[in-house]
Write a protein that binds this ligand. Structure first.
Ligand SMILES: [Zn+2]
Length: 246
């Protein structure tokens, strides 16, 4: 009789542990019912840089040679929306990178992959579906509508998606992401565009010339639709306007 009772006791202990794991063993566990799942504060847009939804659904659900990856959502060119990871869980779409003070982008974000080979224009039905999804996510999860960025924005030395053809202006017209208000004005004397880039969230290491060029390319893909790696006067006007957004 003793063994089954002990086994039952262990089983109950394991069940309790699962229900509340992970606990910190250095603290007294005094559980409170007043909690919920953590909420993301950022949305990251990706392009799959693959050839089909079928291929990407496979990539996002398997081990892959370079390691497992995933995203919360995949949007097809026809506007079909697939969900692969629950909003409350941490998907593996961001990799290393930093956006402002967010140093673990996967923990803080929802990842949306768009079926796009990285070269072709984004299909109108796909962008329409993305706008519906952004509205749903920002409303339901209370994510600020300005907090929508591209993968390359926070990982400029490693990534270029969603690419220079992604219609950020169209997103901004629908109320998502940051966009400068027209008409653009010349910044005052002493305005530092590098400080402005950093304030927006772009990662910039001191004295890292290749990293700075990559960051400028990411900024240009996002706000100019090109991949130039040098800041010019128009960039200064755009950055000045962006830093003056409420
Ligand atoms: Zn990506």
């Amino acid at each position: 009789m003793r063994l089954p009772i002990r086994a039952l006791f262990v089983a109950v202990l394991l069940l309790c542990a699962c229900a509340h794991a992970p606990r910190n063993p250095m603290a007294h566990w005094v559980p409170s019912p007043n909690h919920e799942t953590r909420r993301p504060v950022l949305i990251v847009i990706h392009a799959t840089e693959q050839d089909s939804v079928r291929e990407s659904l496979d990539t996002l659900r398997t081990a892959n040679s370079g390691g497992p990856v995933s995203a919360h959502y995949l949007v097809g060119r026809d506007g079909a929306i697939y969900q692969l990871v629950a909003d409350s869980l941490r998907a593996w779409h961001a990799g290393p990178g930093r956006w402002g003070t967010i140093t673990d982008v996967n923990s803080a974000s929802i990842g949306i992959e768009l079926d796009n080979d990285g070269q072709a224009p984004f299909a109108p039905a796909q962008i329409a579906a993305l706008l519906r999804l952004l509205d749903d996510l920002c409303t339901r999860l209370d994510i600020p509508r300005t907090q929508v960025v591209g993968h390359a924005d926070f990982a400029p030395t490693r990534k270029r998606d969603p690419g220079a053809r992604f219609p950020w202006k169209q997103l901004a017209d629908a109320g998502f992401g940051a966009w400068p208000r027209a008409p653009l004005a010349d910044p005052p004397a002493g305005f530092d565009p590098w400080t402005a880039l950093r304030l927006l969230g772009y990662p910039l290491e001191q004295d890292d010339t290749p990293g700075r060029v990559a960051t400028v390319r990411a900024f240009h893909r996002h706000f100019r639709g090109d991949e130039a790696g040098v800041l010019d006067a128009e960039d200064a006007r755009i950055l000045y306007a962006l830093t003056r957004l409420p």
